[in-house]
Design a binder for this molecule. Sequence first.
Ligand code: ZN
Ligand code: ZN
Length: 103
Amino acid sequence: MEAVVCPRCGKDDHLAGERRGEMVRITCSACSLVWDRDPAPRCPECGLTDVRPVPEPVWAKVRGNQRSIVAYKTVYLCPACDKRRLKEHLGANPMSSKGAGTG
Ligand SMILES: [Zn+2]
Ligand SMILES: [Zn+2]
């Protein structure tokens, strides 16, 4: 699950989640804010829930201009809005059609 931060105080280490049917009720013990969160990831653009989790490298500058992957985070790509990125992640299609002609 992606990191959840409190929308009021911005903390993420004082949160308690409690499953309530479809939703998860999150309580922030730092500022006592309570809100419901939809546990299903969805596209922020169109609200589609049919998003695909893909590992996204987290780049960090090490020395000077050199960059290096320090971690991977899971991002959810929307098949409608992030079509190009999703395609890049899926790479070359494994089901390459070969011209098999028998008969
Ligand atoms: Zn809070
Ligand atoms: Zn979308």
